[in-house]
Design a protein around this ligand. Structure first.
Ligand code: NAD
Ligand code: WQD
Length: 336
């Protein structure tokens, strides 16, 4: 059984590829490397003791997909390939819609042409938008507050319509909360280019001496300590959620939509403290103004994943920080 993993050289994709190889699957990675490095494939091999097939190419390249579907006996696709910068998406909306939405359409069309109907899609908690209630259940209203979130919701809706049109489809829409952490080996992890937008990689870069201090975006929210609260989830837990989804899709047709989170909120200050414990480093920080577009607080209702997929997150915030720190301290310049 070969699984096609689009975006498999990226942060979440690479961790998932390791687990797929460990579980005995053949894996084909398709990635255009717009936000990742080819050396990731070597690191995956180093961890798993097996090398995935790797093709550098774009998921919107129809001819390439046709070639790959003809050449490999692909039974399922995990579709990570997408752009994810909240800052960039409002400046380049067409790029985001083209990459994320058109990319998914081309992929689904070519899958159907090749009679491949099992698809796991990387969605995001960002599809919910401003919380009407918390924790977010899968039934929470969907009202994304940025182009990136819109692009994810559009793909969800397209895939729902597709499944309604043909009962052969087996689709999992996985809504990730905030993925952090790294593989326990320290060989793969998150390697953002330029200045990190997200909290954990920024924190890790302060600890390793690459950045002077962490800017905390607001301490006057109505949260436990005034700072933003998120549901951080270890990337290896997230990866195992994809294997659980594939197992579920073996038995079930149609669409399943599932939150992948821990169900637990952690504030910025709580994460900073956990990181200090994990790294033994004091994190210099400064409170600055709120970041436009940030929500004060959100976290998952995680019960549905447990019920339908038999999956739940195992790792706590301390473990997330320990693994992020191992990755960052062993690879201060990421994959470079
Ligand atoms: P990432 O940028 O590390 O990985 C995405 C990979 O896709 C990269 O390797 C990139 O080179 C590749 N890619 C992008 N567009 C492509 C295209 N058109 N053709 C081929 N390859 C392409 O990001 P990630 O954090 O691993 O995220 C994976 C998926 O999960 C994305 O779809 C993202 O939107 C989604 N997601 C991420 C988060 C998060 O916080 N990291 C949260 C929710 C959802
Ligand atoms: C977490 C908390 C910040 C950086 C983003 C996307 C979301 C999803 C995951 C893909 C917030 C605070 C951050 C910093 C800070 N991506 N913070 N200083 O914003 O929850 O989610 O990534 O789907 O769509 O919006 O994650 O890590 O950026 O922020 O104080 O330097 O940390 O204000 O409270 P966010 P984040």
């Amino acid at each position: 059984m070969t699984i096609l993993v689009t975006g498999g050289a990226g942060y979440i994709g690479s961790h998932t590829v390791v687990q797929l190889l460990d579980a005995g699957h053949e894996v084909l990675v398709l990635d255009n490397l717009c936000n990742s490095k080819a050396t990731v494939i070597d690191r995956i091999e180093k961890i798993a003791g097996k090398r995935p097939h790797f093709i550098q190419g774009d998921v919107r390249d129809r001819a390439l997909l046709q070639e790959l579907f003809a050449k490999f006996a692909i039974t399922a696709v995990i579709h990570f390939a997408g752009l994810k910068s909240v800052a960039e998406c409002s400046v380049k909306p067409l790029l985001y819609y083209d990459n994320n939405v058109s990319g998914s359409i081309v992929l689904a069309e070519e899958m159907a042409r090749a009679n491949i109907y099992t698809l796991v899609f990387s969605s995001s908690a960002t599809v919910y938008g401003e919380p009407v209630f918390l924790p977010y259940t899968e039934a929470h209203p969907l009202k994304p507050i940025n182009v990136y979130g819109q692009s994810k919701l559009m793909v969800e809706q397209i895939l729902q319509d597709l499944a309604a049109s043909n009962s052969a489809w087996r689709i999992a829409l996985l809504r990730y909360f905030n993925p952090v952490g790294a593989h326990a080996s320290g060989h793969i992890g998150e390697d953002p280019s330029g200045i990190p937008n997200n909290l954990m990689p920024f924190l890790a870069q302060v600890a390793v001496g690459k950045r002077e201090y962490l800017s905390i975006f607001g301490d006057d929210y109505e949260t436990v300590d005034g700072t933003g609260v998120r549901d951080y989830i270890h990337v290896d837990d997230l990866a195992s959620g994809h294997l659980a989804a594939l197992t579920y899709l073996d038995q079930h047709a149609g669409v399943v939509t599932v939150n992948l989170g821990t169900g637990k909120g952690t504030s910025v200050l709580e994460l900073v403290s956990a990181f200090e414990r994990a790294s033994g480093k004091a994190i210099a920080r400064q409170i600055v103004g709120r970041r436009p577009g940030d929500l004060p607080e959100y976290y998952a209702q995680a019960d549905y994943a447990k019920r339908v997929l038999g999956w739940q997150a195992k790792h706590d915030v301390d473990r997330m920080c320990t693994d992020s720190w191992r990755w960052q301290s062993q690879n201060p310049n990421g994959f470079n």
